[in-house]
Design a protein around this ligand. Structure first.
Ligand SMILES: [Fe+2]
Length: 416
């Protein structure tokens, strides 16, 4: 499958606002008169769809509550007909759960709460346009186009999310996973890893009861990413490390965030710990030579990690950060997943609502690699981690967890 090359001629990006209130649309037109992007407006979903037939729109921003076709119904059609358009839903605070629901169903990449400030929305639009430009760069698309069949995220995952959002019973949710025996087998294999402290879980429904839906979700998401790929034994060894690292991240991130900032900002955000290294998985699967070259370089230069070596080797703009972000976006995962991949080595470049979270992701990422690297050394020097405002107790507990989890390691692939 070919992804279209970046547009050669420079054109102003187009943003379509959909709202049933004409006064809001007028104020949007006025407010963004001098912005870098062109604003189109539609008074409702069907007018919006008419505009999309003739205009190449980059972003749609729709109100949720509208008579007739509501915001999520409108986005559902946009997603089906124009999957590359970025979709944002606006909702009042009371309907926040509906907005979050649109995210988990992949209808919107993010939501914004009303009332909003023009500057806030302009910043958001410019940030999204910047990310779109990065993900359409020629060098990155050359890498993507070099992959014959682009991996897809299993349908089972979206069906699972839909069932969870509709508060279906555990039995019904388990049945969805069982529909695909290859996924079900892999989910059970992971569930039985020492990492989860279980060793005799024989059915998905048993795993869902013992591990809980959140953990089942995480395992399913991980399996869905790699399900259509084949792995040789050398690749499996590397993949094992990436997954162990990611599952440790996923276990630590919520606690670190709660300790520093209190309530968790997003229902499914901890899962970003499982997917932020997707670019490494893609490289390992489709460009194993390049992956090994980077790892070898990293082995010879211990002051530099994987990412720094990618930069040193000239892969700027198409490192594992951009490659992972491309796929997470392509798979319609919420914006936070895309940003976590795209900025985990440069957290300062992430957008405001996610910055603190991605900074923590970056901190824990370096910590896990460091502990792994010095796994055979009894006393390690943690000075470089000590002036980042993480309480010493949290840091020490994290180190114990990382060491233990590395020993427990998570088993992703059966060796058959
Ligand atoms: Fe990374």
């Amino acid at each position: 499958m070919q992804i279209s090359k970046s547009v050669k001629e420079k054109r102003r990006a187009k943003v379509l606002f959909v709202d049933d209130e004409i006064s809001i649309l007028k104020s949007i037109k006025r407010g963004f008169l001098y912005s870098d992007f062109e604003v189109l407006t539609a008074q409702g979903g069907s007018e919006g769809l008419n505009i999309l037939e003739s205009e190449a729109v980059d972003i749609v921003i729709t109100d949720y509550r509208m008579p007739g076709m509501d915001g999520s119904q409108f986005l559902k059609i946009v997603k089906e007909k124009y999957p590359s358009i970025n979709r944002i839903i606006l909702s009042g605070f009371i309907e926040k759960s509906v907005a979050v629901d649109s995210l988990t169903r992949g209808l919107a990449s993010t939501y914004m709460l009303k009332p909003w400030q023009n500057e806030e929305i302009e910043k958001k639009i410019n940030h999204i346009l910047g990310i779109r430009k990065t993900l359409k760069s020629k060098k990155l698309l050359d890498i993507i186009n070099g992959i014959e069949n682009l991996p897809t995220l299993s349908n089972i995952y979206s069906e699972f999310m839909e069932a969870v959002n509709n508060e279906k019973s555990m039995t019904e949710v388990s049945k969805i996973i069982q529909k695909d025996p290859s996924i079900a087998t892999k989910v059970l294999h992971v569930a039985n890893s020492a990492f989860y402290g279980m060793n005799s879980c024989s059915s998905i429904s048993q795993a869902s009861v013992t591990l809980g839906l959140d953990t089942l979700h995480d395992i399913l998401l991980t399996i869905s990413v790699i399900n259509t790929m084949n792995w040789n034994s050398d690749q499996t060894r590397h993949l094992q490390y990436i997954f162990t690292h990611s599952f440790i991240m996923n276990a630590l991130l919520p606690g670190f965030y709660r300790e520093k900032h209190g309530a968790l900002p997003f229902k499914h955000f901890p899962s970003i710990g499982l997917t932020y290294e997707t670019g490494k998985i893609i490289l390992l699967q489709y460009y194993p030579g390049r992956y090994n070259f980077i790892v070898e370089n990293a082995g010879n230069n211990r002051n530099m990690g994987f990412y720094e070596n990618e930069l040193a080797l000239g892969f700027q703009g198409h490192t594992h950060q951009e490659i992972g972000a491309f796929f997470l976006d392509y798979w319609n995962l919420p914006e936070i997943f895309v940003e976590a991949s795209l900025f985990h080595h440069n957290p300062e470049s992430s957008s405001e609502p996610y910055k603190e979270l991605i900074k923590l992701l970056n901190f824990i990422d370096r910590l896990i690699d460091y502990i792994w690297y010095y796994k055979d050394t009894r006393i390690i020097n943690l000075s470089s981690f000590k002036n980042e405002n993480i309480p010493e107790k949290t840091l020490n507990q994290a180190i114990v967890t990382i060491r233990k989890k590395f020993n427990d390691h998570i088993s992703i692939l059966t060796t058959d």
